[in-house]
Design a binder for this molecule. Structure first.
Ligand code: ADP
Length: 337
């Protein structure tokens, strides 16, 4: 796949403190890249640099193999950003969505373009007449997304697009993103804490931690904050109420990782020093190693990737949607520095 964006030797500092340090990251044309990592890991900063809202302190952003800066002609049309805090003009939905088209000189067919953009995010064309103050949080987020999609951007960076929206809005945002890619080949980079949503939509997930890219092999990132459970164990409560156990983290807010090979999957829990969590199989994939498979399991909002040998997989008879038990040793969770 041809690269459309590339961050090369990019470092960004605020008040002399380095918050992002990316030696090299390439993003393929038409791909959907998920950006994951704890709060403060540099996701928003990276999205702002990719969409030219912020100029990196050092290094280069390449667009189609050419260095691009915030003042390059047409840059804002090519690279668009939807921030986490939705900002709508204090006017009608029509004015909000048509604004970007008008400043790009479009005068004709504004009503049609606005209706199409609304349709894309799952809102009826009658929404065009509503005032900004007449929208729910989820609707406002979808209108803000529609305003970005109306200009058919080459690349769209979305910062936590599903934060504080309901399930229906999250589904509609997903649909709109996939349609934008299908219709116009838009490339998307999306940050989200909503792990299963992000895994589901992304072709590839990039993890950031303290402004650095994590080794690709670290696939199960476990975010804090951790609470003390006993002298030896700390826990995080997952969204479905299950507890995830770990040995003492360096800090309550630390993030840990557990390798896919260190989790065992079976149809029934096992006991001893190890811990179990239950979840549902959402996917079964080939692994780089031909003797093993990759199983995706969702527990609450946390997705786990687990490796299993092909012969063990056949014996265990694991199927999609099946309830399974994941067994792990809390000591196998490695803390990120
Ligand atoms: P994330 O999106 O992963 O939560 P951010 O990119 O927002 O992370 O922040 C990365 C780091 O940069 C954090 O330590 C944050 O406090 C800091 N930071 C972000 N924006 C600014 C700013 N405008 N001025 C100073 N520090 C900032």
């Amino acid at each position: 796949m041809e690269d459309i964006l590339r961050l090369h030797k990019v470092r960004h500092q605020y008040n002399g403190r380095t918050v992002l340090d990316i030696p090299d990251l390439k993003i393929g044309r038409g791909s959907i890249v998920g950006l994951a990592g704890p709060n403060g890991s540099g996701k928003s900063t990276m999205l702002k640099i990719l969409s030219l809202v912020e100029k990196c302190s050092h290094g280069t952003l390449f667009f189609e193999n050419k260095a691009i800066t915030p003042f390059a002609k047409g840059a804002r049309h090519l690279l668009t950003f939807l921030p986490q805090e939705t900002y709508l003009l204090k006017r009608s939905v029509f004015d909000n969505i048509s604004y970007g088209l008008k400043i790009r000189g479009q005068k004709k067919e504004l009503s049609l373009c606005v209706a199409q953009a609304l349709e894309l995010v799952g809102l009826s064309s009658s929404f065009a007449e509503r005032q900004w103050s007449e929208l729910s949080g989820g609707e406002a987020q979808r209108v803000a997304l529609a305003a970005r999609l109306a200009i058919k951007p080459a690349c769209l960076m979305l910062d936590e697009p599903t934060v504080s929206v309901d399930m229906e809005s999250a589904r509609n945002i997903r649909r709109a993103i996939l349609l934008a890619r299908q219709e116009w080949g838009t490339t998307l980079v999306i940050s989200s804490h909503h792990q299963s949503w992000l895994n589901d939509i992304s072709d590839r997930i990039v993890y950031l931690y303290n402004g650095r890219l994590l080794d690709y092999s670290y696939k199960n990132v476990l975010l804090g904050p951790w609470e003390k459970f006993s002298d030896e164990l700390f826990v995080v409560k997952m969204t479905d109420g299950q507890l995830l156990y770990a040995s003492k983290p360096p800090k309550a807010g630390s993030s840990g990782v557990i390798a896919p090979k260190d989790i065992r999957i079976s149809s029934s829990p096992s006991f001893g020093n190890e811990k179990n969590i239950s979840g549902f199989v959402t996917g079964i994939f080939a692994d780089n190693n031909p003797d093993s498979l990759c199983i995706h399991v969702v527990c609450g909002d946390q997705q786990f990737i687990v490796n299993i040998a092909v012969h063990a997989f056949q014996i265990a008879e694991i199927r999609p949607n099946q309830k399974v038990s994941l067994t792990y040793n809390p000591k196998d969770i490695v803390w990120l520095a």
